[in-house]
Design a protein around this ligand. Sequence first.
Ligand code: UDP
Ligand code: MG
Length: 350
Amino acid sequence: MDLIKQNRDCPVLYVVVPCYNEEEVLPETAKRMRAKLRGLIAEKKISPRSRIMFVNDGSRDRTWEMIETLAHADPLFAGVKLSRNRGHQNAVLAGLMTARGKCDCAISIDADLQDDINAIDGMVADFCAGSDIVYGVRSSRDTDTFFKRFTAEGYYHVMQRMGVELVFNHADYRLMSARALEALSSYREVNLFLRGIVPQIGYKTSTVTYARTERFAGESKYPLKKMLALAWDGITSFSLRPVSMLIGLGLLITGGSLIAGLVLLIIQLVTGSLTGTAAILFSIWLACGLILCGLGLTGEYIGKIYEEVKDRPRYFIEAVSLDPGIEKEDVSKAVPPSDEISESTQPEEQ
Ligand code: UDP
Ligand code: MG
């Protein structure tokens, strides 16, 4: 893979905004985002070729008509229309992949103005200072209901226990550089959980904190059912620990029943009064334990197949240190002796 060059001085920024039935907030969102980007362009912090890209995720209301009107009226706006509703994660990915190749960096942000657009300044500043991924992190959850806060924070802890790397209190408000977008494009999985994928990419990362407010207008498009589905996707796409837990439980039950069996045997030998019920119970527990172990073991292999099928990229090269005598253009073709590649650029042995 060629090393991607990205302009960190006055970069082209694409702001990707997924929209599903957002006609109520869209005019205000467009107005505020236009003011924000125009300001940044005037300050020469971003290029005049920057865009606000709305992704219509199969809305049933007038969202797409509004996006088209905006795009026709002002070149700052662009629109992408998905053929049908594919869900928030796919809409964000579609926008980012459309922006890929056209920009130096892209920011994904919800349409409902819950995420503070003033954090864009900090994200761009971090990008210019060398970060490839800048996570928008909520400083407070004061505006959330107790239920939402409790479930969201509990979820992060469960994910951590499961060994999944997540950024605490970060949703999908983030900046990604051109090369981070390129890296993201090599994840081909359909059970999309961007929050889990992005930390796997690597490169230099940083965070920008902001206070999350309430939805400006309209209703949440993320009912509990969709939230649970996303959470479940997160666990099952990134962790094989539930399967290992199955083996652990199986071993525990098998071990327990063997000890119980030993105790029963001693009772039988000493008193000769072992009841049939005890023997049957012992057999049932032992069989259950062994079956669980077998299921867990099979699961481990299925897990391995699952990982292979996902065909995730194994590494990304950040820099190559070469003999200065080699022409720059030849970098992608040159195969340097392994001792000339700095350690950090060596692909990890898998
Ligand atoms: N969204 C989407 N497709 C969907 C559901 C939601 O593109 O199927 C968008 C929605 O328009 C919004 C963002 O995803 O820009 C987040 O949705 P929402 O604000 O309703 O979620 P919440 O903040 O309540 O979790
Ligand atoms: Mg929202």
